[in-house]
Design a protein around this ligand. Structure first.
Ligand SMILES: NC(=O)c1ccc[n+]([C@@H]2O[C@H](COP(=O)([O-])OP(=O)(O)OC[C@H]3O[C@@H](n4cnc5c(N)ncnc54)[C@H](OP(=O)(O)O)[C@@H]3O)[C@@H](O)[C@H]2O)c1
Length: 275
């Protein structure tokens, strides 16, 4: 029993040390973008928002941010199934759910795509236990097929595509997931070049679920990772995306947003919403 207690204390102490080391590393290396204090804002930039992955941990917060934003008039959710937040949004009249099965084919959505200004892409999953081919299909083929369809359907107005790739994303990385997420960021930006569409990859670390989904462990991890700017609540991440969309001339197509950058833009968004 005493030996077990010692092992437990040793493991907890080890974990805390790792977190402190991560916090120091995060605080020293993250954050290269500073939101302009006097931005040029386009109130229509987020008029029509489309959300992917809304049934997931990250996407639920992205949807929450879009639904609560007064400048967003309409939210389309493209999904395989519903969720309490999607149902509530549909009941409010602001959200329309588009049930979808094949995320490499958007031919049935062309008319709707022509109206969309902002896409919040939280569709994706862990690489653990998944073969490389399936991982690529979900994280590269899905978003690239979507961007091609969106560009083909586009009409006038600002367009921005925001995808949560994750910390460690690296085109030349050792891990398959890191390379493929880097490839998705790069191919998205290349497709958008010269079209007026701006694409952004969010290299977030831990995205804390919404208050409706989070449990005590999520909040504990949030508290531990906060000093290193390694955590952002999912709704704040959505706010950062909407802020970057509205600042139509501030960040170029293909910009990469690390976690501290997201926190800075989420703060700018909150300040703007107070006015
Ligand atoms: N959670 C974090 O802290 C965090 C941090 C950094 C980056 N990310 C990235 O953010 C993305 C989402 O993560 P998450 O934690 O929100 O995952 P999650 O809770 O598992 O949610 C995954 C979402 O993607 C959808 N999805 C997954 N596979 C699909 C498929 N084959 N076809 C259609 N839809 C599919 C799911 O839809 P269904 O409900 O229909 O399955 C769900 O809406 C991932 O790429 C992840 O790497 C997450």
């Amino acid at each position: 029993m005493a030996a077990l207690k010692k092992i437990a204390i040793f493991l907890i102490a080890g974990l805390l040390l790792v977190i402190v080391a991560l916090d120091i590393w995060g605080a020293l290396t993250l954050g290269s973008l500073t939101p302009s204090a006097n931005p040029a804002l386009d109130k229509d930039a987020n008029k029509v928002v489309m959300v992917f992955g809304a049934t997931g941990s990250v996407g639920d917060g992205l949807l929450k941010a879009a639904v609560e934003d007064p400048d967003v008039e309409k939210v389309y959710v493209v999904t395989r199934r519903s969720s309490p937040r999607i149902e509530a949004g549909v009941a409010s009249g602001k959200v329309e759910m588009l049930l979808h099965e094949d995320f490499t084919d958007y031919s049935g959505l062309a008319t709707i795509l022509g109206q969309v200004n902002t896409v919040l892409w939280g569709l994706g999953t862990t690489s653990v236990g998944m073969d490389d081919e399936t991982y690529t299909w979900i994280h590269v083929d899905f978003p690239i097929a979507f961007i091609n369809a969106w560009l083909a359907a586009r009409t006038e107005g600002p367009m921005s595509f925001h995808t949560v790739t994750g910390m460690g994303t690296d085109l030349n990385g050792e891990q398959h997931w890191a390379r493929e997420k880097g490839r998705a960021e790069q191919e998205a930006a290349m497709l958008a070049e010269g079209t007026g569409l701006r694409t952004f990859g969010y290299r977030s670390a831990f995205v804390r679920p919404t208050s409706e989904q989070a449990n005590v462990l999520h909040y504990a991890l949030e508290a531990l990772l906060r000093p290193g700017a390694l955590v952002i609540p999912s709704k704040d991440l959505g706010g950062a995306m909407l802020e970057i969309s509205a600042r139509t001339t501030e960040l170029p197509n293909g910009a990469l947003i690390d976690n501290a950058d997201s926190i800075a833009y989420a703060e700018a968004y909150r300040e703007r919403m107070k006015r």
